[in-house]
Design a protein around this ligand. Structure first.
Ligand code: PMM
Length: 291
């Protein structure tokens, strides 16, 4: 999933794709680089960002969704507003990606349910104003699992079909670097939710922390793409359904390599591997064994 942020203020690429023509062209470039889906958003979810009003969000998002969909691109709309989701679906979007998992707008779940579109349910603890007080966990993996499970139940009760739901741990949302890393280390546990998993690590703060080491300055967001590709490979190996990234080419390659290694694993023992019991190597007590 490639990202097109039609915003002046996203932390990772704010302002770069802010007019419709540039944004559509960028989305097409991402497809040429290997994206299967393009995620179009008109509101920055950066902690402390002021919310954009509905009219402005519609103005930013809908023409870009229409432009990309009319070129045959599978478009996802990144929005917390039901009205934006509804109009984006009417303009050709194929999927709704709501970082609030349906919590920010009570009309979201009915709109998605009525459309039959797939719905990304992200782990979210609310809007952050001043500090990250909601980012306190005793056991982040268990708590994210339980809270996502509760959201999935609410979404199912709201009428979205089970095979339309995608779950996402919400890296960086009410989470510190150690929480993001713990979630990535235990993606296997989130599979137990029984839904495809989306992982959106691209350029996020925890990567800046990892790259900076304990003392140094984190590199700027745009210099975190190699690290993003590394996370993409790890997420693909852990069975993620999709990874959401700003720079697609490196991640598409990383995912291909992870898939090829996985296929080799599935094919069985490596060529030339001696079978168990037939190993001719040294046993205990031999001169070689003593080395
Ligand atoms: N993160 C951002 C925006 N949208 N959607 C999903 N499903 N998961 C995320 O983690 C997520 C998202 C914020 O990143 P950006 O400003 O770089 O797009």
């Amino acid at each position: 999933m490639g990202v097109v942020n039609v915003t002046p203020d996203s932390f990772s690429d704010g302002g770069r794709w802010f007019d419709t023509t540039t944004a559509v062209k960028h989305g097409l470039d991402l497809v040429a680089q290997g994206a299967d889906l393009v995620d179009v958003g008109g509101e920055s979810t950066r902690p402390g960002a002021t919310r954009v009003d509905e009219t402005e969000e519609l103005r930013r998002v809908i023409p870009v969704v229409r432009g990309l969909a009319s070129e045959g691109v599978a478009v996802s709309v990144d929005t917390m507003r039901a009205s934006v989701a509804e109009q984006a679906l009417a303009a050709g979007a194929a999927l709704v990606n709501d970082v609030s998992g349906g919590l920010a707008d009570p009309a979201m779940i009915p709109v998605v349910a009525a459309s039959g579109a797939p719905f990304v349910v992200m782990h979210w603890r609310g809007f952050l104003e001043g500090g990250n007080v909601k980012g306190v966990y005793e056991d982040v993996v268990t708590e994210v699992f339980d809270e996502l499970h509760a959201r999935v139940q609410a979404v199912l009760e709201g009428g979205v079909a089970p095979d339309r739901i995608v779950v996402d741990p919400g890296l960086g949302f009410s989470k510190q670097a150690e929480h993001d890393l713990a979630l990535l280390a235990h993606l296997d546990r989130l599979h137990a939710l029984g839904h495809p998993l989306l992982v959106a690590a691209s350029r996020k703060r925890f990567l800046g922390r990892v790259l900076a080491g304990p003392e140094g300055e984190p590199p700027p967001a745009r210099e975190r793409d190699a690290a993003t590709a590394a996370v993409s490979a790890l997420a693909a190996q852990a069975g993620a359904w999709a990874v959401r990234v700003h720079e697609v080419r490196a991640t598409a390659d990383a995912v291909r390599v992870a898939r090829a290694v996985e296929a080799a694993r599935a094919a069985g023992p490596a060529p030339g591997t001696p079978t168990r019991g037939a190993h001719p190597g040294p046993g205990p007590g031999t001169a070689e064994g003593a080395r």
